[in-house]
Design a protein around this ligand. Structure first.
Ligand SMILES: [Zn+2]
Length: 433
């Protein structure tokens, strides 16, 4: 029988079940410093270090090869039969947002450890090396502000981090630079300036990240596992403004008004209509106006509003869709401004590229779900992940989502251990292909 036609082998299945049971204890230890409220695994801080110390100790206890790179990322390797062959890499991040949940990031690292533990328990050596990565600083933008991108650990590992970012990022609480934050955590950021990397993409057979779903889709559909098709890129206008003219709300007829709010309402409505058209054509898009406000000190119930401020967040798996929507937004802004006698300034759009998951790996994960009898569906990821950096580096990449209730980036993340067991079996199955 071809390997892809078989489930997990008969000795590995019970070993994995036992390892997953043990994961409950590890999750409890991970959240132990925060018995109440959310976890605070702060990027390059004591909270993140607590998780890295735990995982390093577990790796050593299993006799895995362990190393910590210049960015503070932890690597645990289970050596394969063919040590010259490109390795499977799996893992996720161990930091959290402030007042975050216990499973965002950690689930992927704990799942990888369960697989390596099960292999160890039944004395199985994989065909190729399996490397478990625990990345630093995926949530850096929740702890630092300034002109820099998140996923600092995985980008540093892949040699994709601009060293300037480390100086531009300043800690929200104490203002120190990300560079200094790394040094205080025992990392060696000076090596980033020298162009070092800790993993060579051409030496990676593939990258697999298990992660909780941070939206409601799997809960709504009643499915424990999702196979991710792609990670959405974004186009964001942070500071869009509509300039009109303040006027008396009773005295000025429609044709003489310069009403910023009604212009903004029309803009939002027409963008929403465009979103519906994209979806009707089978395209992937989400559109959000998260901030929309007048100045309550300046405006009042009896005033035609002269100014409206808002934000635009567009995300899609398709870069062309994002480009088309930005072009449309600018076109609508011009048209509505003329018709409504206002000035609409959308400002700059910050963009990030969508990450495409490897089609062969996605198909393989689907086949794995069928073999292992795991109910699953395909879905895109709306949030960014370390996996996007591996995809950008040219490594065949895929993600497994685990059902999670109550959303993410809050203390109430709720992942069921049975769902985690399904996803971990799928991870093990794929890592042994
Ligand atoms: Zn995450």
């Amino acid at each position: 029988m071809h390997a892809a036609d078989a489930g997990l082998d008969a000795t590995l299945e019970p070993a994995l079940r036992e390892a997953v049971q043990g994961s409950a204890e590890l999750f409890a230890l991970l959240r132990a410093p925060w018995p109440e409220g959310g976890v605070e695994r702060d990027t390059f801080g004591a909270g993140e270090q607590h998780a890295h110390d735990l995982l390093l100790a577990r790796g050593r206890a299993l006799g895995l090869e362990t190393s910590v790179d210049f960015a503070g990322n932890l690597w645990l390797t289970s050596p394969g039969h063919d040590r010259g062959a490109p390795a499977w890499v799996t893992g996720s991040h161990l930091d959290s947002v402030p007042q975050g949940g216990n499973y965002d990031g950690a689930a992927g690292v704990v799942a990888g450890l369960a697989v390596l533990q099960a292999l160890h328990a039944c004395g199985q050596r994989p065909r190729r090396d399996i490397v478990l990565a625990a990345f630093r600083a995926e949530e850096a933008s929740s702890w630092y502000r300034g002109d820099f991108q998140s996923h600092v650990g995985s980008r540093a590992a892949l040699g994709m981090l601009d060293p300037q970012e480390l100086q531009r990022a300043r800690h929200l609480r104490d203002g120190r630079s990300l560079y200094d934050g790394m040094v205080s955590a025992g990392a060696r950021p000076q090596e980033i300036r020298l162009g070092h990397r800790s993993i060579d993409p051409s030496r990676c057979h593939g990258f697999l990240e298990l992660h909780i779903e941070q939206g409601p889709v799997l809960v709504e559909r009643g499915l424990p596992v999702g196979v991710v098709t792609g990670i959405r890129g974004s186009a964001r206008a942070r500071e869009a403004t509509i300039h009109g003219v303040d006027a008396h709300s009773g005295a000025v007829p429609h044709e003489y008004r310069h009403d910023a709010v009604l212009a903004g309402a029309e803009f939002c409505h027409r963008m929403d209509q465009a979103w519906t058209r994209v979806r009707a054509e089978g395209g992937d898009l989400v559109f959000t106006v998260g901030r929309l406000f007048t100045d309550a000190q300046r405006h009042s119930i009896t005033k035609v509003p002269g100014r409206l401020d808002f934000s635009i967040d567009l995300r899609s798996q398709n870069a062309a869709t994002l480009e088309r929507m930005v072009t449309l937004a600018r076109h609508l802004a011009g048209e509505i401004a003329t018709a409504r006698r206002v000035r609409i300034d959308l400002g700059a759009f910050n963009t990030s590229h969508p990450a495409v998951m490897d089609p062969k790996l996605v198909d393989s994960l689907d086949a794995g779900c069928a073999q292992l009898k795991i109910p699953a569906m395909r879905l895109p990821s709306g949030a960014g992940h370390d996996a996007a950096d591996f995809a950008a580096a040219g490594v065949p990449t895929a993600m497994i989502f685990v059902r999670n209730d109550h959303g993410s980036h809050n203390p109430h993340e709720a992942m069921n251990l049975d769902d985690f067991a399904h996803a971990t079996r799928l991870l093990a199955w794929q890592l042994l292909q």
